[in-house]
Design a protein around this ligand. Structure first.
Ligand code: PMP
Length: 422
């Protein structure tokens, strides 16, 4: 793969060329949200300046042009993840996508959606299998669904080195399993999970698979249909795109069998005072006014990533991750989470500093211009698994430089002395 041209990329991200607290910024918080290249900002501004009108309505020229821009954006983002016709639903983000699936399954359980939706209905004692490493977005919607339906949650444990306990998964996924939901990549550990094995186990018992692809779609070449998962979600703002938009991928036939979650305008064929008929996917899940300019921006982000080449993006970020982990392992008093070379990874590293709270580490690094994420990263159970309440996470994106990683490592070397921890 051709290495990324970092100088050219950095020129597309003016935000990165600023000083913070008297130091050049080292933005190492891309797993929380990525920066946006000028191409994405321009695409949104251009659309809002010249094209904007309500989509899928109205006979006027701008409405038609906006509809084209909106649907072209869907095609571009669908192509980026390999989704086919009708297989990419816009949501406001990954959280909304997972809630959509969970609430739609709840509706199927209540008998909504007719015979086609019966396959999704849950019964008391059915099981929903998750992992111990979920982001709360892929945990709480399933807790709520379980509470509403009487289904039970089971959790695939995480091993000491951060990998999923696949022997336990083989035991847990059985005849009662109806749904298996998992992260492609944990937002804390950065490990790429063995999704082929998880999908095979789920398929073996006819369970539905739901993949949280938030931390993989921005960083890996990924063809969602080829993974075999039934549903997957991702967020625009983590893949160089705008806030307020994300994607829900689903197999076409499954999406069309699933009853809607949100209902209202733009998702129907006919409505009477007593009932309504719904459009096929994606419209059946897109009630109300959609994030149109954000879709246009997200398509620009997908084109930007595609132009860099996702294999080159991954190679670049993995190099940075190696640099972070190697550097961190040499610093006394640092405990890395998921520190294994036995699994493939993306460009992030989480760690705890002995004797110093993660928030203090974060403030110390910020005072040196280094931006990292601190806290539980919306993964409290995973932190509890490692006996922690918080950790520090440094994460890379296409624009991250080795020099930024080195400045982060230099600053981190000074943390324990500064706080008098020894
Ligand atoms: N899952 C994972 C693994 C994440 O990292 C995030 C974002 N922190 C989410 C889900 C939720 O994404 P959003 O807040 O954009 O809906």
């Amino acid at each position: 793969v051709t290495p990324l041209d970092l100088d050219a990329i950095r020129a597309d991200f003016p935000l990165l060329a600023q000083e913070v607290n008297g130091h050049p910024l080292a933005y190492l918080d891309s797993a929380a949200t990525s920066q946006k290249p000028q191409q994405v900002i321009d695409a949104e501004v251009e659309f809002l300046t010249h094209t904007n009108a309500a989509v899928h309505r109205g006979a006027h020229t701008l409405a038609a042009e906006s509809t084209d821009a909106f649907e072209d954006a869907r095609d571009a983002v669908a192509a980026f993840v390999g989704a086919g016709e009708g297989e990419l639903v816009w949501t406001s983000g990954a959280t909304a996508g997972i809630n959509l699936i969970a609430y739609a399954i709840g509706n199927a359980t209540l008998g909504r959606g007719g015979p086609a939706a019966r396959r999704f209905a849950l019964h008391p004692d059915d099981e929903i299998v998750l992992t111990e490493s979920e982001h709360h977005a892929n945990l709480i919607p399933w807790q709520e669904l379980a509470a509403r339906t009487g289904a039970r949650l089971r959790h695939i444990p995480v091993l000491d080195d951060g990998q999923l306990d696949m022997a336990a998964a083989t035991e847990l996924i059985g005849d009662r399993t109806r749904i298996v939901a998992f992260p492609h990549v944990s937002n804390v550990l950065g490990i790429i999970n063995p999704i082929d094995d998880l999908v095979a186990l789920a398929r073996g018992v006819d369970a539905i698979t739901v993949m949280d692809a938030c931390q993989s779609v921005p960083h890996l070449s990924i063809d969602l249909p080829a993974t075999g998962v039934d549903f997957a979600v991702f967020s625009g703002h983590k893949m160089l795109g705008p806030y307020g938009i994300g994607g829900l991928y689903g197999k076409h036939e499954l999406l069309n069998a699933l009853p809607p979650f949100l209902t209202g305008g733009s998702m129907i064929t006919t409505v009477t005072l007593d009932e309504a008929q719904y459009l096929p996917s994606p419209q059946r899940f897109e009630a109300g006014t959609q994030p149109v300019s954000q879709a246009v921006g997200l398509a620009a982000a997908a084109r930007y990533l595609r132009s860099l080449g996702m294999d080159a993006v991954h190679a670049h970020e993995v190099d940075l991750e190696r640099r972070m982990r190697d550097g961190l392992s040499e610093i006394p008093g640092i405990r890395l989470l998921g520190d294994t070379d036995a699994a493939p990874r993306v460009g992030l590293a989480s760690f705890a500093v002995e004797g110093v709270h993660a928030h203090d580490v974060g403030q110390f690094l910020d005072s040196r211009g280094v931006a990292v994420r601190v806290g539980h990263h919306c993964a409290q159970p995973l932190h509890r698994r490692f006996g922690l309440t918080a950790s520090v996470r440094a994460s890379a994106s296409v624009y991250t430089t080795p020099d930024e990683v080195d400045r982060f490592l230099d600053a981190t070397r000074g943390v324990r002395a500064f706080f008098g921890a020894s």
